[in-house]
Design a protein around this ligand. Sequence first.
Ligand SMILES: Nc1nc2c(c(=O)[nH]1)N[C@H]1C(S)=C(S)[C@@H](COP(=O)(O)OP(=O)(O)OC[C@H]3O[C@@H](n4cnc5c(=O)[nH]c(N)nc54)[C@H](O)[C@@H]3O)O[C@H]1N2
Ligand SMILES: Nc1nc2c(c(=O)[nH]1)N[C@H]1C(S)=C(S)[C@@H](COP(=O)(O)OP(=O)(O)OC[C@H]3O[C@@H](n4cnc5c(=O)[nH]c(N)nc54)[C@H](O)[C@@H]3O)O[C@H]1N2
Ligand SMILES: [Mo]
Length: 800
Amino acid sequence: MGCAATVSGCNSSSSDVEVVPPTPPVGSDEKLNWSACLVNCGSNCPVKVYSKDGVITRVESDFTIEDEYGDHNVRACLRGRALRKRVYAPDRLKYPMKRVGPRGSGQFERISWDEALDIVADKLQNTIDQYGNESILFTYNSGAAYHFSGKQCLYRLMNLKGGYLNTYGDYSWAQLYKAATYTYGSARPGWKGSSMSEMKNSDLVLMIGYNPSEIRMSGSGEAYDFLMLKQQNNFKTILVDPRYTDSAVGKEDQWLAIRPGTDAALIEAIAYELITNNRVNQEFLNDYCVGYDENTMPAGVDYSESYKSYILDNPTAGDMTPGTNAKTPAWAAAITGIEENVIIDVAEQLANASAPFVQIAASLCRQAAGENNTRAGYMLPILLGQIGLPGTNGGGLCSGSSFSAPKMPTGSNPVGKKISFFTWTQAIEDGENMSVLKDGVILPEDQLDANGDGKLGHNVKAIINYAGNALVNQHSDTNRTTEILSDESKCEFILVVDNWMTPSAEYADIVLPDVSWLETEDLVNQSYAAGDTATLVQMSTGVEPMFESRPIYDVCVDLAKRMGVEAEFTEGKTREDWLNEFYASAKAAQPDLPEKEVMLTQGVYRKYLPNGSYIVHEDFRNDPVANPLPTPSGKIEIYSERLAELSQKWDLADGDVISALPKYVPTWDGYEDAATKDDYPLQLTGYHTKGRAHSSYHNVPWLREAVQDAVWMNPIDAQQRGLQTGDLVRIFNDRGELEVPVKVTPRIMVGVTALGQGAWVRFEGNIDKGGNLNTVTSQRPTPLSKGNGQHTNRVQITKA
Ligand SMILES: Nc1nc2c(c(=O)[nH]1)N[C@H]1C(S)=C(S)[C@@H](COP(=O)(O)OP(=O)(O)OC[C@H]3O[C@@H](n4cnc5c(=O)[nH]c(N)nc54)[C@H](O)[C@@H]3O)O[C@H]1N2
Ligand SMILES: Nc1nc2c(c(=O)[nH]1)N[C@H]1C(S)=C(S)[C@@H](COP(=O)(O)OP(=O)(O)OC[C@H]3O[C@@H](n4cnc5c(=O)[nH]c(N)nc54)[C@H](O)[C@@H]3O)O[C@H]1N2
Ligand SMILES: [Mo]
């Protein structure tokens, strides 16, 4: 197993090495099963579940092989290790329940499975009959990355019944998909970049908001890859973040504290430095890009519309004299809070780097001008021509390694209409009038008018919320959301399927108890962002389903029976048939995968970089003519004619900007927003905290102790308010008020505060004592993707 020095030589799979069989300690009468943590952090970590007489005694992480980077254990983080507490949480849902008080009052009554399923089947059928399939909505749900008995079952059932209202985009990356699509032509590759392993060929990793140590904590994941690669290859790292994150703390070479939502200004100033000092890669811009300067404008578009002209504020090609609105470092310093000389220095470091690896985090896209922030970020590797070469990245999120394992086929949705995932509350209130040009509704061609416009034409009348907490907790502006949901005449039926009584479950009409991961058999892969190690994990049922909880596959079979589509749903197969078929197909894709009996004791099948290291846009770089990008021009589009057209055509809210070029745009609730600056002097950004994955694991007291929920505030802002660490504070704006303790720390810049998102909302009167960030976030959609600007907030904070 010796592969200490270099990473690249380290490609052995676990099937090559001796597996330590998972036996309980000598003398113990515990039973041992493998399961997994299926939370949405991007990894599915294996866990060892010890039980005795059907009761879980402890949960451990993977430590079955000797650790050597490149062939290492997939260690679960503190969350996975706390799974026993999660399974046995006192608020575990035990039986099907029916709402008895007003919606949201939390008053429920226990009913039988038969009664519950009769009601659900009836309500769904009636909604279809009365309002049409397009009035049924699945809220966003990322709580359980099952392959077999998960959300796919419900989609499959509804597709067999005529479908449901489609949504596009998601809370994670909506703006980023658009930014990548308009720049590089496709969402992927585009928003997905090079693999992390390319950092070994890089001498400078620029992390704009990128925080692997906190958001990719799994033991095989990006946090570990990052640490090991940095240790072995000693590349420089520059972190741009309002917070001094765990990805820095001593590992970084430089921390640039930036005001939230202002990255585009920083990047424009770097562009100014590169252009005026002749450090752009002119050949690359000529051959591979559209819209940089007079050489590369689309036909009929003047130089004055080019990126170079915009940065220099100079309408005349060939003249390098900057205008008064040139995007100078001094201009950007006033907006971003980063000093002028620091910006100049970073531009120089980037220009001097032989292979800069630039990564733009998704946090930039969860801002009010998220699409433009992200497109701006992509400009750095583009201007430098550092794309498609070893050690570089186009700005996208790292591509992970992966093994394939089948998921329950959903079939296709016959409903052709789509709304943005984020606009569903609006679709409950006034879906009828939501339109293509105003709200980003997508309609089938034949339903569009001559102008390309058209209306959705109906409201959302029923909601299915499975393994999601975005019905209440994870969506923006909780006060507004709950007000809309409370009106039973608007959305007439809400089904929630979960394991615990979450804030969303409280708004259900019917609640169904699902089994937990530790009570389930499945074969799952590494999920979508587990770094350079691909895995398959064989989950088995360590303990019996608790109380009356049932797997969603079985529930869907019973619903299919009631709704007349059982044969189509099951295809005549039993659950064992499905599981065996899935296993066989995973084995066909990965012939080295051991037989299932072996996997039941081995638990994990792993391989480091099974498909090698990946350089995004390598083919395009090698031959742009033979391998054009899927943009209309086949090139990287700095200037997008499609966006120029949309900016003319779309009916945008005041202050919203869609622009042909990536541009820094001051926004509502942004640093420069005059309307809110005086009343709400502090910027408040969210972040994804270590103690939870979103709202998942919030109800585990161990984790609340380990990672305290507290709003970060700089000592200077705290002093002005007479605050000390531990003081309870009120955080408020026009949308609501919440209470949390304050953490006074120089790890956050002056004028900016930060709160980990995902705490469970708990109103006492008008005050959210649960400390959920979404009590103060806005439902105003971003301009292009109609997505969530949840990191853009202005607030005031005072002592409670
Ligand atoms: N303010 C703010 N809000 C945000 C964000 C932010 O940055 N700031 N981030 C957004 C992002 S990126 C995302 S992805 C979303 C995430 O939003 P969600 O997808 O809603 O994620 P969770 O909050 O983890 O909710 C998962 C739910 O699934 C349930 N669950 C877990 N396991 C099972 C299971 O086996 N069966 C069933 N039936 N249920 C299960 C959990 O109890 C929980 O209620 O939040 C978004 N909301
Ligand atoms: N522990 C944990 N890990 C998770 C999750 C979780 O809930 N908990 N959720 C998972 C999911 S679904 C997702 S989508 C990802 C989210 O991944 P990201 O979107 O990358 O995560 P965030 O924590 O929102 O933001 C990352 C960093 O960006 C900073 N930031 C905020 N605004 C700005 C800005 O305007 N500019 C700059 N430069 N930095 C800014 C924040 O301070 C934070 O440190 O995380 C995943 N991983
Ligand atoms: Mo996400």
